[in-house]
Design a protein around this ligand. Structure first.
Ligand code: FES
Length: 102
């Protein structure tokens, strides 16, 4: 059995001004929001969900990006509403959010 049921990596990579990176388009905000929400829902920790900051995940052209394991599902998102949908659908109910999938 996995240590975490789902492990989320959110790219928070910051590059020099003007260079494309996920942090310039909301990576850190998404990380803070997801971590707070999973904590508030008491779904964080061993046997549950882990939200991690990540450096560049190598899919910058689709950014901001995140990936969820063990499903290896990649998402791009725009705002907190998108992150909330990923939380509610994928993390809590195991349903892939196709409209945000990359
Ligand atoms: S900067 Fe986020 S995937 Fe590369």
């Amino acid at each position: 059995m996995s240590y975490y049921t789902r492990h989320v990596f959110i790219c928070c990579n910051q590059r020099e001004e003007g260079e494309q990176c996920c942090n310039a388009t909301g990576g850190a905000d998404a990380f803070a929001y997801a971590k707070d929400r999973i904590g508030a829902l008491k779904k964080n920790g061993p046997g549950a969900i882990r939200i991690n900051k990540a450096g560049c995940l190598g899919r910058c052209e689709n950014g901001p990006t995140l990936v969820i394991y063990p499903e290896e599902t990649w998402y791009s998102f725009i705002d907190k509403e998108d992150i909330e949908e990923i939380i509610q659908e994928h993390l809590l109910n195991g349903r892939v959010v196709e409209r945000l999938r990359i």
